[in-house]
Write a new protein. Structure first.
Length: 724
């Protein structure tokens, strides 16, 4: 069979993939992002040919490819084991750990660690080594847990997803699977032993498997830009991106960082300010940014999903007051825009009232406020919960998943607004999460609604939501995620001796010697260095222009360029300072940049001084000197702080209560048994051993109205009891 491409003839990676697809080859990528990028290139090629429709290309990420192969096999073999989902496997690990009576920590966290250790053993084909005695305490205990986990799986013909490479290898050897003729692998920086073994089985079965390696670019030298700190480094990168886009709007730029999560917030602010400063103005409509991040966010932090979680939690237990305020003004339970304003005013009055508890139940909240359409919907939700006895009965995971959706429908979630693309995708991911939880019925156990909500919230925090790419010209992604992708220009941020190569610790549940011998990540510095060298060379060859950068210092001290850079690229790297690089791209200084941003954003929103207020006075100068922003808010926007600094009773209320108690003690109208008008009265009460009873009587009378007012607020009841 002919090779997929001629290694002697330089070709771009995209061209190799597109030619392979035209020949009917299956393309398997290392990451889902690489698969999406190659699918986009294929679509652009079809449109360039004048086509309006075409067959979806056979481009699959590795795990998705294995899943499809296993699904195809299960159709012909009814005895094939059930591959557990991640949630199902986590549940089974938790059950395996429950038999260990010596555990005094959270089973949930240990189950996640055990699951990851089991996955690593499978990837490195070390499950047989697990049957020997491990003398390290934690490793030996994990060996016992894994034994219990395997027994649970064997009893029910289940298997971990970690074993899918080994299972497919056995199926291929038996000739029980229809195999493709050719497979092209794209973007793999390294292969685990389990992957290598499976690919070898494919080759022995007659499948032509080849890896598309990046071709060497024509770059004669690479730039290393040194910045004073990380903020200046980001400013330089954003200015360079703006310079590239100004010359060519169709350019594809890759901004790569060792850890995208750690820079996301700062990078988002600086790139917005540099590339689209008007997006900083909240009055402007939301528009797609010219950049996007590769990593997603926890589903629980996406507004539409967070609103659903907060409402469901509110039906079973009190919410913190800040969560209630967010829920009221989020708009996801409103029937119109005017309702949002009404609830905002109500929230202000509520938070500006006297005694408040830090948390409040839905029932107490509804009893305190007048009715409108929002409160009517919330009362329907509360009534449905009470009538169904959801807080006391047990049910299946599928039942509670459907019930959660019903409660959200009663509340008219997600509100009156037409969802944009990101919100729609988040809603679909939310529904899929509920479906995934429904699959936990495989174990045949029932739980309470409160326990279901805890599980739902936990997995919503662990589920990463990545909206579909809008194909922004600037892609901000991690070093390992960039595999299998090519760009016109690349900027590698943070390539200093503290961040690159990335460091980590060996897995705590596996013997260190075992990990080092198997060359697992972070088991040895040499292993991480070798991988970093491979990734650095691959990134340098993925674009015709590649710039590296690092900060000269951070809050921990001075930083130097990573030695990996010289080891990977030799003397082809030329170092330039931030000032010199800024001159090369004709970028303004940071000070002038911010003045341009202010002139672009602020003048459109200047608010004139209210004619009914008299300008001037010493207080104006005092506020302006203390904080110009606060002076603007208080003097021009008439903003003022809430009339409350702490939860519970304030000093005035406590003083009034003490006054009422003393008034009762000395009042001639007090029953004679508890009256203490004179010294003789006090002596009589004390001699009768009724002093405590008398004090409790007077204190109870003073607090009676407060206790009655907050009768259904458990936090306030406990608080008032302690105050008494």
């Amino acid at each position: 069979m002919l090779p997929l491409f001629d290694s002697q003839t330089p070709q771009k990676l995209v061209d190799i993939v597109l030619n392979a697809l035209a020949d009917g080859v299956i393309v398997v990528t290392a990451t889902a992002r690489s698969a999406r990028a190659l699918t986009l290139h294929h679509a652009e090629q079809q449109r360039a040919k004048g086509l309006t429709m075409w067959t979806s290309p056979s481009i699959l990420e590795w795990d998705a490819w294995l899943h499809d192969l296993w699904q195809e096999h299960t159709f012909s073999d009814i005895d094939a084991p059930l591959v557990l989902t991640q949630l199902q496997e986590h549940t089974l690990w938790t059950r395996a750990l429950q038999n260990d009576a010596h555990l005094v920590v959270s089973l949930d966290g240990l189950a996640s660690l055990a699951q990851s250790a089991y996955k690593r053993l499978s990837a490195y084909e070390l499950q047989r080594d697990r049957h020997s005695i491990w003398f390290e305490t934690d490793a030996e205990r994990f060996r016992q847990w894994a034994k219990a986990f395997d027994q649970l799986c064997r009893d029910r013909n289940w298997t971990s997803r970690s074993n899918i490479e080994a299972l497919l290898g056995q199926v291929v050897r038996n000739g029980a699977l229809r195999l493709p003729k050719q497979v092209l692998l794209v973007g793999f920086d390294r292969f685990t032993p389990a992957q290598q073994t499976l690919l070898q089985h494919f080759r022995e079965a007659g499948v032509f498997v080849e890896e598309a390696l990046p071709t060497s670019s024509n770059v004669l030298a690479h730039l290393l830009v040194t910045a004073s700190d990380f903020r200046e480094e980001l400013l330089l990168c954003a200015a360079w991106c703006r310079h590239k886009l100004a010359n060519n709007l169709a350019v594809r730029i890759g901004v790569i960082a060792p850890d995208v999560n750690s820079i996301r917030a700062e990078a988002d602010r600086i790139f917005r300010a540099q590339l689209m400063p008007r997006s900083l103005d909240l009055a402007n409509e939301s528009t797609p940014m010219p950049f996007e991040f590769s990593l997603g966010l926890p589903l629980a932090t996406v507004p539409v999903a967070r609103a659903a979680l907060l409402l469901l939690r509110w039906t079973s237990r009190p919410l913190m007051e800040e969560d209630i305020s967010w829920l009221l003004m989020s708009g996801f339970f409103h029937s119109s825009a005017t309702e949002t304003l009404d609830l905002a005013q109500l929230d202000f009055k509520w938070r500006d009232s006297g005694a408040l508890s830090p948390e409040i139940s839905l029932k107490v909240f509804l009893n305190r406020h007048a009715s409108n359409s929002f409160f009517k919907r919330m009362r329907r939700v509360l009534k449905a919960v009470d009538e169904s006895r959801a807080l006391s009965d047990n049910g299946t995971y599928a039942h509670w998943s459907e019930w959660a959706q019903q409660l959200l429908q009663l509340s008219e979630w997600p509100g009156f607004r037409t969802p944009d693309s990101v919100q729609f995708q988040a809603q679909q991911r939310w529904i899929r999460l509920l479906d995934e939880l429904s699959l936990l019925d495989f174990a045949g156990r029932s739980i309470t609604f409160s326990a279901f909500l805890n599980l739902l919230e936990k997995h919503a925090n662990e589920t990463t939501f990545i909206p579909e790419s809008h194909h922004a010209p600037i892609q901000i992604l991690g070093a390992f995620e960039s595999s299998g992708q090519t760009f016109d220009a690349i900027w590698f941020l943070g390539i200093d001796d503290m961040q690159w190569p990335p460091t980590g610790r060996p897995h705590p549940f596996l013997p260190v010697t075992l990990q080092r011998n198997a060359r697992m990540p972070h088991a040895d510095a040499a292993i991480d260095t070798e991988l970093a060298l491979t990734v650095t060379r691959r990134i340098a060859e993925s674009a015709s222009e590649c710039i590296f950068s690092h900060a000269q210092q951070d809050k921990g001290g001075e930083l130097r360029a990573s030695p990996i850079l010289e080891m990977a690229l030799g003397d082809t790297v030329r170092t330039v300072s931030a000032v010199e690089f800024r001159q090369q791209i004709d970028a303004p200084s940071p000070a002038s940049t911010y003045s341009q941003i202010e002139s672009a954003v602020i003048p459109s929103q200047i608010r004139p001084w209210p004619v009914e207020n008299i300008a001037g006075g010493a207080d104006v100068l005092k506020d302006q000197a203390a904080c110009p922003f606060r002076a603007f808010g208080q003097r021009r926007l008439a903003a003022r702080p809430l009339n409350r600094t702490e939860w519970g009773l304030d000093a005035r209320q406590r003083g009034n209560l003490l006054h009422d108690i003393l008034k009762e003690v000395w009042s001639p109208d007090t029953p004679e048994l508890f009256r203490m008008v004179s010294l003789d009265d006090l002596r009589n009460v004390a001699s009768a051993s009724r002093l405590d009873e008398a004090l409790n009587y007077h204190i109870g009378n003073a607090f009676k109205s407060l206790v009655r007012e907050h009768a259904e607020d458990t936090w306030m009841q406990a608080y008032l009891e302690s105050e008494q």
